[in-house]
Design a protein around this ligand. Structure first.
Ligand SMILES: Nc1ncnc2c1ncn2[C@@H]1O[C@H](COP(=O)(O)OP(=O)(O)OP(=O)(O)O)[C@@H](O)[C@H]1O
Ligand SMILES: [Mg+2]
Length: 439
C-alpha cells in the first residue's frame, strides 16, 4: 500500500498498525483529524473557512509510541508536514530559534512539494523545448540529416547522442550563499534571496557558448528550460496555499516547556515559548521568504509524556487551543512481545539482520522471545518504566556474545532457545542494581 492518496480513517489506522502496536485511541484520533482535512476541502465556502481543525494532544508515558506515530504519519500524509521538538525553541527576543521558524519550515516543505509537482507536470513541455533547441543547433552545424521529423527520429532513438553541437547556455550567477543560512531566521533568508536576485541581475544571465555532445546538452538544457518555465510560475503560490490549507505541525515534547509558577531562568523562557506558540495555534499571519502565510487552518498535534505534570500545567490559553486529548497506554508484556516481533523492521529482525551481515544466522525460538518481553516488563516494573526502549537494552545484553563474537569467534547458524535466554537474562535480572546494561 503506497501512502499517497487520501486515506479513510480505517485505512490510516491499518497503515499505522503495520508499524505501531496497540495505542488504538491515538491512532483513531489522528486518522480522524487527517480525514477531516480532506472532508473540509469538499465543503463549499463560506462554510469551508468556518471549519477549523481540532488540534490534539497525545499524552502517555515514555517510550510507548508517541513519537513513533508522528514519524509514521510523516510518511503517510501527502500534505506538508513538519515535526519539531518544543525544547528546541526559545522565546522571541532571546538567542535561538523562535517558533515562527516552525511555520517557515512548513512553508518551505510545502513549496518543495508544489515545486516537485510542477516539475513533474512541466516535464514534457521542457523536453519539447529542449528538442527544439537541439534540432536548431544541429541544423546550424550545416550537416543535413533530412527533414525535421527525420532528425527528430534520429534523436529519439539516441543515434545522435555523441554528436557535438555548439550551444549557448546561461551561466548561473553565483553558486555560493551570500550569508550563511540561519534556520528559522526568515529575515536573513529573505535578505539572502534578495541579494541573490540582485546579483543575478547584475552578473547573471550571461550567455556562454560551449561545445557539447547532444546527450550532455539534453541534461543541461532540460534544467535550464524547466527553470525558465517554472520561473514566475504559480507553484510558489500553490505551495503557500497548500501550507495554509493543509499544513500539519507536530510539536513533540510539549510537556518539556512547562515551567513552574513564578519560576525563573529557563522556566520563564519556557513559559515564553508557550506564549509564543499561542498566536500560531490560534491563527495568525507569519511572514516567510515566500510571502505571508496564515496559520488558522493548519492542524497542530502535540505530544508529551507529561511525567509528573499534565496538560493542565500548560498555560491555560494554550490548553484551550488543544481541545482534544488522547492518552497512550503503558505497554504490557504482550505489547512488548508484539513490538519485539511484529512491526515491519521490528527490533528483533534488526538485530538478526545485523548479525546476518557478518554471516551469523540467528534463529530465535518463541520461548526466547517471550522471555525477552517478560524480562523487559519485569525491569520496567522494578526500575523505571521506559516502555519499549527497554527491549533494546535487554536484547543487546542477551545478544552481546554473538554481537561481539561475529565474525571471528562465531559463524553459521545459531539457535537461541528459551532455556538459553532464560539463563542469560536471569543474570541480567539478578544484576539489576548494577549500572551498565540496565539503563
Ligand atoms: N506501540 C509501539 N509500537 C511499536 N513500537 C513502539 C511502540 N512504542 C514504542 N515503540 C518503539 O520504542 C521506541 C520509543 O518510542 P517513542 O519514541 O515513540 O516513544 P515516546 O512515546 O515518544 O516516548 P517519549 O515520551 O520518551 O518521547 C521507538 O523505537 C519505537 O519504535
Ligand atoms: Mg517521543
Amino acid at each position: 500500500m503506497q501512502a499517497t492518496k487520501v486515506m479513510t480513517p480505517a485505512e490510516t489506522v491499518k497503515w499505522l498498525d503495520r508499524h505501531v502496536v496497540g495505542q488504538d485511541q491515538a491512532k483513531r484520533a489522528v486518522s480522524i483529524a487527517l480525514r477531516n482535512r480532506y472532508r473540509r476541502r469538499l465543503i463549499e465556502e463560506p462554510m469551508q473557512s468556518e471549519i477549523y481543525p481540532s488540534n490534539l494532544i497525545m499524552m502517555g508515558p515514555t517510550g510507548v509510541g508517541k513519537t513513533e506515530i508522528a514519524r509514521r504519519m510523516a510518511n503517510l500524509v501527502g500534505a506538508p508536514f513538519v515535526k519539531v521538538e518544543a525544547t528546541k525553541y526559545t522565546e522571541t527576543g532571546y538567542v535561538g530559534r523562535d517558533v515562527e521558524g516552525i511555520i517557515r519550515d512548513l512553508v518551505r516543505s510545502a513549496v518543495n512539494l508544489a515545486t516537485k509537482k510542477a516539475r513533474q507536470e512541466k516535464r514534457e513541455e521542457a523536453e519539447a523545448r529542449v528538442n527544439k533547441r537541439i534540432i536548431a543547433s544541429i541544423s546550424l552545424n550545416g550537416v543535413n540529416y533530412g527533414s525535421e521529423e527525420e532528425l527528430q527520429e534520429l534523436l529519439d532513438i539516441g543515434r545522435l547522442d555523441s554528436l557535438e553541437i555548439e550551444l549557448s547556455l546561461t551561466e548561473k550567477a553565483i553558486g555560493v550563499e551570500i550569508f550563511p543560512m540561519i534556520p528559522g531566521q526568515g529575515f536573513d533568508n529573505q535578505m539572502n534571496d534578495q541579494m541573490k536576485k540582485m546579483l543575478d541581475k547584475v552578473i547573471g544571465k550571461r550567455k556562454k557558448k560551449i561545445r557539447i555532445t547532444v546527450s550532455d546538452a539534453r541534461k543541461k538544457l532540460f534544467e535550464e528550460e524547466l527553470g525558465r518555465i517554472l520561473e514566475g510560475g504559480d507553484h510558489v503560490q500553490e505551495g503557500l496555499k497548500l501550507a495554509q490549507e493543509e499544513g500539519i505541525v507536530f510539536i513533540d515534547e510539549i510537556d518539556k516547556i512547562i515551567g513552574s509558577e513564578g519560576g525563573s531562568g529557563p522556566d520563564v523562557s519556557r513559559m515564553g515559548v508557550q506564549r509564543d506558540l499561542l498566536p500560531l495555534v490560534e491563527g495568525s499571519t507569519v511572514s516567510t521568504r515566500y510571502g505571508p502565510v496564515k496559520t488558522d487552518h493548519m492542524l497542530f498535534i502535540a505530544a508529551g509524556a507529561f511525567h509528573g505534570s499534565s496538560p493542565a500545567d500548560l498555560i491555560p490559553e494554550l490548553q484551550g487551543r488543544f481541545p482534544l486529548r488522547v492518552s497512550l497506554d503503558p505497554l504490557s508484556e504482550l505489547d512488548l512481545l508484539r513490538i519485539l516481533t511484529e512491526p515491519e523492521s521490528c527490533i528483533l529482525s534488526q538485530y538478526i539482520q545485523l548479525l546476518a551481515a557478518d554471516n551469523v544466522e540467528l534463529i530465535v525460538e518463541d520461548q526466547a522471545k517471550k522471555k525477552i518481553a517478560a524480562t523487559a516488563r519485569y525491569l520496567n516494573d522494578e526500575k523505571e518504566d521506559i516502555g519499549a526502549r527497554r527491549l533494546r537494552s535487554v536484547l543487546s545484553y542477551l545478544l552481546d556474545e554473538y554481537l561481539f563474537g561475529a565474525p571471528d569467534l562465531i559463524s553459521g547458524r545459531i539457535r537461541l532457545t528459551g532455556r538459553k535466554a532464560k539463563d542469560r537474562l536471569g543474570m541480567l535480572v539478578e544484576r539489576r542494581d548494577e549500572e551498565g546494561y540496565i539503563l
